[in-house]
Design a protein around this ligand. Structure first.
Ligand code: ADP
Length: 396
C-alpha cells in the first residue's frame, strides 16, 4: 500500500499544505490530492481553505497551531499511514548541503542557524515542532532553499568585506529558491533527454520573490540572492540590489531607524515602491495599458534588471543549453519575457512570438526553431519537497 507524504510550508502569517497520496520519481505529472491554505494567521480575519479530494473552508481566528490541527483533523481520512512530512526551511546556512531527516541534533543545528533568517526560519521551525507534537512517530524532513547553492565557489559567495565577517558572523552569499532551481534543472534534463550532470542552464525564477541562477554541469555556480533573499533582482515588494550607503543617507535625511528602513526595503520597495500602485505584475501590466506611468516605470526597471543579471550570470558558461523562465511571472507572462530578452541586447536568442504568447510548446520551447533554446518550465517546489521526503523516509 502506498503511503502519502505531507508537505508543509509555514510562513510568517500563512501555512500552505499539500498532500501527495502516491509517489514515484519526479516526472512533472504528480499532483497533490489535497491542498490547503491558511492565511492571515494570528489575526481576527484568519482563514483556512482545503481543496482537492476534500473541501472545507472557515474564517475564524486561528493561529498556526490551530490551523495545522484543524487541517489534520478535517483531512484525517486522507492522512492514514503518513510516510513522512516534508518542511520547507528557508535557510540551511553552511551546515545543510541537502535535505535532512530531522532528529534532536539536526533540530538543534537548525535553531543555531535561525539568526541568519530571522524573518523565516523561526516560522519554519514552528511548523516542524507543531507536527512533531501533533504527530509523534511520523518522520519529518527539512528541505532548504539554500542547500542547492552550497556548490557556489568561494569567488561567487564571498562579499568584498572584511574576511572576519565571514569567519565570525557567517556573512556570505547563500542564495535562495534552490528547491525551485533543482526541480527546474531536473525537469529541463528530462525534457531535453540529457543527464542533468551535463546541463548548462541560466534560469530566471520570477514570482513575488525573484532571483536568477546559473547551472554548470547540473550544479549551481552563481545566483543573484545573497545573505538574505533581499539581494539581486527587483521583486514584488523587495528592492533587490541597492547601495548600502543609502541606509546612512536615508537615516540622515529622514531620521528613520535601521529597522524601519529594512522593513521599507523588504515590504514597500520593488514593483510596489516603484509603481506606487501594486506588487502584482498582472495589475501593473493592465495599468500600463491604461497609460499608468508608475506601472511602466516599474516594469521597465524590472525587465532591465533581469536582463542585466542574466547577462552577468552568463559569464559562467562557455556554452548554454537553455535559458529557462519559471515562477508566476516567468511562466505566464510572454510580454515580460519578451521585454527581458529585448533589454538583453548582445544575445543570439530569438523568441517565436506565438510560442512565447502561449507559454511554450509541449517541451516548453519559446524560441524560434533552429535558434538557441529559451524555455518556460513551471516550477514545483512542493513536489521536490515531497520527493525528497519520500526518498529520505523510504528506509526509515
Ligand atoms: P510566489 O513567489 O509568492 O510563489 P508566484 O510565483 O505565484 O509567487 O508569482 C506571483 C507573481 O506572478 C505576481 O506578480 C503575479 O501577478 C504574477 N503573474 C501570475 N500570472 C501572471 C500573468 N498571466 N501575467 C503576468 N504576471 C502574472
Amino acid at each position: 500500500m502506498t503511503q502519502p507524504v505531507l508537505v508543509v510550508n509555514c510562513g510568517s502569517s500563512s501555512v500552505k499544505l499539500a498532500l501527495y497520496p502516491t509517489f514515484g520519481v519526479a516526472s512533472g505529472s504528480i499532483r497533490p490530492s489535497v491542498t490547503a491554505l491558511a492565511e492571515r494567521l494570528g489575526s481576527d480575519n484568519a482563514s483556512l481553505t482545503i481543496s482537492g479530494d476534500m473541501q472545507f473552508s472557515t474564517s475564524e481566528p486561528l493561529d498556526h497551531k490551530q490551523a495545522l490541527t484543524l487541517f489534520l483533523d478535517k483531512a484525517k481520512d486522507h492522512l492514514n499511514n503518513l510516510k513522512g512530512i516534508g518542511h520547507r526551511v528557508v535557510h540551511g546556512g553552511e551546515v545543510f548541503h541537502e535535505s535532512v531527516l530531522l532528529d534532536d541534533d539536526t533540530l538543534a543545528s537548525l535553531h543555531e542557524i535561525s539568526p541568519l533568517a530571522p524573518l523565516h526560519n523561526p516560522m519554519n521551525l514552528m511548523g516542524i515542532e507543531i507536527c512533531r507534537d501533533i504527530m509523534p512517530g511520523v518522520p519529518n524532513v527539512a528541505v532548504f532553499d539554500t542547500a542547492f547553492h552550497q556548490s557556489l565557489p568561494e569567488s561567487a559567495y564571498l562579499y568584498g568585506v572584511p574576511y572576519q565577517w565571514y569567519e565570525e558572523h557567517q556573512v556570505r552569499r547563500y542564495g535562495f529558491h534552490g528547491t525551485s532551481y533543482r526541480y527546474v534543472s531536473q525537469e529541463a534534463a528530462r525534457r531535453l533527454k540529457q543527464p542533468v550532470e551535463q546541463l548548462n542552464l541560466i534560469i530566471a525564477h520570477l514570482g513575488n520573490g525573484c532571483s536568477a541562477c546559473v547551472i554548470r554541469q547540473g550544479r549551481s555556480v552563481d545566483t543573484s540572492m545573497g545573505l538574505t533573499p533581499l539581494e539581486g533582482l527587483i521583486m514584488g515588494t523587495r528592492s533587490g540590489d541597492v547601495d548600502p550607503g543609502l541606509l546612512a543617507h536615508m537615516t540622515n535625511e529622514t531620521g528613520a531607524s535601521l529597522d524601519e528602513l529594512m522593513s521599507d526595503l523588504n515590504r514597500k520597495s520593488g514593483l510596489l515602491g516603484l509603481s506606487d500602485l501594486s506588487n502584482d505584475m498582472r495589475t501593473l501590466l493592465a495599468a500600463e495599458q491604461d497609460d499608468n506611468a508608475g506601472a511602466k516605470r516599474a516594469i521597465d526597471a524590472f525587465c532591465f534588471r533581469v536582463a542585466r543579471q542574466l547577462s552577468a550570470l552568463s559569464c559562467n558558461l562557455s556554452s548554454t543549453d537553455a535559458v529557462v523562465f519559471t515562477g508566476g511571472i516567468g511562466e505566464h507572462s510572454g510580454e515580460i519575457r519578451r521585454r527581458i530578452l529585448a533589454a538583453w541586447r548582445n544575445i543570439p536568442y530569438r523568441l517565436d512570438s506565438s510560442l512565447n504568447d502561449s507559454n511554450g510548446n509541449q517541451s516548453g520551447r519559446i524560441s524560434e526553431k533552429g535558434t538557441p533554446l529559451v524555455m518556460v518550465i513551471p516550477t514545483d517546489e512542493e513536489l521536490m519537497i515531497a520527493t525528497d521526503t519520500y526518498q529520505m523516509t523510504e528506509h526509515d
